[in-house]
Every structure is written in C-alpha cells, then in structure tokens.
Design a protein around this ligand. Sequence first.
Ligand code: HEM
Length: 563
Amino acid sequence: MAVVEEIQAYHYSSTRIIFYPLVLVVTSLWLLYRWQQQTRFYKLGNKLPGPSTVPLFGNALMVLGKNPDELINLGLEYTKKYGTVIRGWIGSKLVVFLCDADDAEVILNSQVHIEKASEYRFFKPWLGEGLLISSGEKWRSHRKMIAPTFHINILKSFIGVFNQNSRNVVEKMRGEMGKEFDVHDYMSGVTVDILLETAMGITKETQDESGFDYAMAVMKMCDIIHQRHYKFWMRFDAIFKLTSFFEKQKHLLSIIHGLTNKVIKSKKEKYIENKSKGIIPPTIGELTRSSASNDTGLANVQTLADTVFKGYRDDLDYNDENDVGEKKRLAFLDLMIESAQNGTNKITDYEIKEEVDTIMFEGHDTTAAGSSFVLCLLGVHQKIQERVYDELYEIFGDSDRQVTFEDTLKMKYLERVIFESLRMYPPVPIIARKLKQDVKIATNNYVLPAGATVVIGTYKIHRNPKYYKNPEVFDPDNFLPENTQNRHYYSYIPFSAGPRSCVGRKYAILKLKVLLSTILRNYKMVSNVTEDQYRLQADIILKRTDGFRVQIEPRKRVPTSVA
Ligand code: HEM
C-alpha cells in the first residue's frame, strides 16, 4: 500500500513539475504574442499583403526544409498571388519583398536606407567591414576612396590582363571538345586569376603555390557561404561552429588572409623603398586626370551602358570624359597603398585588407555566374550566337589578334546580349537592406517600419511585363535604344543603383566583353538544355543547381552565312 501511495505521489509531483511551468511558458508566450500584435511595428507590418501566419512562428514554418530551387518557386508563386509587395514574418522578424521599380527606387536611391541586412553577417569573418557590408561613415569614406580606382582609365590598363587570361582559358577548355561539361568551373577559375592580377598585382609569373591555393580557397569559401544561406540550421552560429564547415572555413580564411596580408606587407615595403629612391608611382588623380593626348579618338562615343545606367545616380560616371588612355598598370591594392601613404586617404593596412578581400569576393562569383549564363544561353539561341559572331567577324576578321578597348566599344550586339542575360538571370537576384527609419513606398503608400528587412526582388522586377513586352523570352533587342529610352531606370538593376550601386560595374562589363568575345571567336557554344529546364538556386548569387552544362565546337573563322 505504501509503495502504491509513493508511486502516486511521485506521479503527482512530476506532473506538477512539468505541467505548471509549461502552462506558465505557454501563457507568457501567448501574452508576448498578444502584446507584439498591438505594437506599431506589427500593426504596420500586418497591413502589408502576405500569407497567413502561425502565432510566434509567423511564416517561418513555410520555408523550413525547402531546398534552394523549391524556395525560388515558392517566392515566385507568392508574387503571383500577392502582387509586388509581400510581407513575411520569420518569428518576430518582418521581411518585406518589393518587386516594383517605383518601390525599389525609393529604397535604392536613398542616402538613408543604406544599411545592409543581417544576412550579410556570414561574410564578416572573411570580408570584415569591407565596402559590401560596412555602413555609416566608414562605408562613405571608403566608397569615396575606392570608386575612383574603378575609373575607366585604370580599367583600360587591365585590358592586357583580361586578354591574356581569356586566351589561357580558351586553351584550357580545348580538352573538353566534344564532351558536355560545366562551363562555370572554367569561368570561376579565369575570374579569380584576373582578380588576383588586377586587385593584388599577382601575375601567373609572380604567383607561387600560394596564388593557386588562394584561388581554390576563394571558390571554396563562396561555397560555404552559400551553404549557410540555404541550409536553415547552418544560419545559427552556435550550430555552424559544431559542423565540419566551421573548421574548413577557419583553414580557408587562414590561406586567404595569409596571402592578402603578405602581399600588402611586401607592396608597402616596396613603396617605401622606392619612395626613398625618389621613385613615386602615379596617384589616382594623375591616372584619371584629363590630358590633351587623347589616344583613342573614341573617348566620347556613347555606349549602350551610358544610356542604360544614366539614371542610376551613383558615383561612377564622374570624370569619365577625361579619358587619357592606357598608362602604367597599377592594381587596386597599389592604388590604395599609394593613397594611404601619400596621405590622401586615411586607411589602415587592416582596412586595405578588408577592401581587397571584398573586391575578390564581389568580383569573382558574380562575373563567373554572369559569363556562364551568357555562354549557356548562346548555346541554346543559335541565331543570336550567329549575330554575335558576325559582329565579332566584322571587327576582327579571321585574325587572332587581341581585343583592344576600341574593339569593345564596337561590340554593340554582344553588349545587348550581356545586358539581356543579366536581365533574365541577374547574378545578384535580390538585394537586402535593414531599415533604420520608417519609409513610405509608392505602392498604396504603404509605410514600412524601421527595423524591417527589405528585400528588393531584382529577378522579379526584371521579368515584370509592365517593363518588358515578353519578359520570359531571351531577346537582346530589349536593349535597343528605342526600347531603353523610356523604360523606368529601376526596372533594370543587375548592379543595384543609387549610392550603394556596384563599384565594379564598368570593370565587369569590360571584362565580360573581352572574355566572351575571345571564347566566341574560338568556339561555337552548343547546349541541349533549354531554359525551361534550368533549375535556379535561390541564393545570394543566382546559379543553376543542374550545372552550367554546354558543349563546344571549333569555330571556323568565316562569317556565319559562309560557314
Ligand atoms: C556581373 C558582375 C557583377 C554584378 C551583377 C554585380 C552586382 C552587384 C550588386 C547588385 C551589388 C549591390 C549588392 C547589395 O547592395 O547587396 C554590388 C556591390 C558591389 N560590387 Fe558588384 N557586381 C558585379 C561585379 C563586380 C566586380 C567585378 C567587382 C569588383 C572587381 C564588384 C565589386 C562590388 C563591390 C565592392 C560592391 C559593394 C559596393 C558598396 O556597397 O558600396 N562587383 N555588386
């Protein structure tokens, strides 16, 4: 009897131990939820259209367990259902998706809403407070220093590097003739090689094993960051630190930062040594200053890019008319060291490292994806590829000579093809900001509250029939002057726009023209995978989860009408 009583008492007390605290927790959570719903933040958020929510979880359960291509399909489905403004609650975090050019302009054109969303924190161990993620005064002063280093005069001095590396990749690809292969592997490799040289001044001749290790580490780090974005559980630092990826990241970062630090140290020593001998490199100001000896005669030619990006209101166009042609080539790193040493800009070695690392990341994955999409699309759209080749034949004939800056100005159709590819498959498919102040957007005068995360849906804006007649059709004529002149500037934002637009825009377009024209003069691209079969990945960089599969055939150097 005593034993039975003892068991009953035990059950009773254990029920009490579990039951009452549980009731307390549930009640507190319910009260918290009720209180939250009454706050201004929630009231404003709940005025926006979006799927129904579950108390406390919001819409978080809907994305749980979804793989990257399912996520993109889910997002696209919701835009059909709810229109161009959609809110989602991830627990108590408000995320607002904007897919209309007027609304995008309100955010991107602002000097206030320039704070990056918390999702960018995964880059922090690698890029520190570099241009991509920094904010406030630090971002402003570094942007002011870095934007001029992307001046067209400096970019022109990179043409030789672009050419040499493009030729190298053409040779590497030769082994793939007749097979189906993933062209992204090659685009990724050549992009890192070009960046090593243009950002850090490391050439194939001067680089040792560490250059190769660095390139591999950059590619692998990009992979880890992608995994953290689409594997939900990897987003939590505490869990991430328990995975093997964390150890791998530590190792890769030691390679990346090790080389960046080493190069900065030796370049700085060299600068000081040269200075003591009276050898001083040209300043950014000198490299970009006007000169009577205009070497091209084409400096004032208006390119398509000049028209398309005219309304961006960013800081990349100033001074471009002062085109003095190719001078001494200095890498971005040299320019930063020089301006720090001569006192023009206050920037520490550590900050220079952050900026060089940022350029290496931003310049790599974006252009590798961009060029891979162009090559795949040309493999599918043979007629368009023929027009591209005919234009190249007109410029180069059957010669194997290198591309000059003047040639790139004549590649008008290729430029339209690149722009159209960036429209349909923007390498950066979304841009995310954290609001520090309330903002009223154009659609329905909705007010987005401070603290919300705003996601600009570039991919979706680029496919809005309001701006493009047949948005789902790959048609480079979307960028004929008559079609661009009256289009909303913010309906085409592959490089973002406004004060935080991409500083590498001109670099990217120039590099893509040299690289793609060199490949297309040597090979005909073929692809049996049509666009409806592409499996796109919802990620920080738009990619294909099915791989960028193409085949190449040798190019006969005659116009396509004769071939
Ligand atoms: C097709 C190629 C490229 C595309 C589509 C692209 C796109 C973008 C976009 C959309 C942003 C804004 C990101 C955001 O606000 O979250 C950005 C920023 C940036 N990009 Fe690019 N980019 C490309 C190539 C490059 C290259 C080649 C470089 C450097 C060599 C570069 C350097 C940067 C930097 C430093 C930023 C940060 C700017 C700031 O916040 O002030 N990008 N890029």
